[in-house]
Design a protein around this ligand. Sequence first.
Ligand code: SAH
Length: 252
Amino acid sequence: MSETTVIHFVGGGPGDPELITVKGMRLLKEADLVVYTGSLLDEKVIEYCRKDAEVLNSASMDLDEITGVMVRAAREGKKVVRLHTGDPSLYSALREQADLLEKEGIPYRVVPGVSSAFASAATLKRELTMPGVTQTVIFTRLEGRTPVPESEALSSLAAHRATICVFLSASMIEKVVEGLLKGYPADTPAACVYKASWEDEKTVKGTLSDIAGKVKEASITRHALIIVGRAIGDEAQASLLYDKGFSHGYRG
Ligand code: SAH
């Protein structure tokens, strides 16, 4: 890693402090300044930080404030970690921060993390791709303050019947279901995982026809991922990769 890299965007993982990468943990332990996304990160991940490190919750800061403190610290030669939940490549506003750093000529790197999509799949003990069912996963969200392009309406994405992971939308579960029913049959398996990998994790399972009611009943409105598709159901289908009659590069 380059000597001059002083700012690291780190994927903090879905919550469980053991689900951050070894590299991410090391960078947190070494950091002089840590700016973390307060709303969704388990305080236990923050406990990796040095006692004398400056640790800021970005919940009440705007973009200029966040990049401002990071740039100042970097110019003073301090080690900076910008800690995001899950993986920084999904719904993290990484790009707008990175663009500002580039303008300021501050070198930075990105360290991946375990997305809540993968933590939720682990909770469900399911593969998101399954032979004969789907080989495609869609990550999406409903429109909130951030607009979603019209061509990506749930009703359009539903036509593919792929496994679909809907972020940031648990409070609008009825709207999610309404959109998906334009393409998926009503008996398609659906699940909602609240706080995947946290101690108070909760899972609600059903089908598109009853998941909305179940999510409401469980009072889940935030911090949850909705996953829909036949792959997360109970039908099993063995992968060709391990089939006796299927030879590949490693097994003749
Ligand atoms: N970069 C993050 C996503 C940030 S957007 C990632 O890769 O997971 C925030 C949304 O992520 C939440 O609204 C919720 O939909 C989802 N989320 C984050 N942590 C979660 C968790 N532990 N369990 C379930 N969903 C989670």
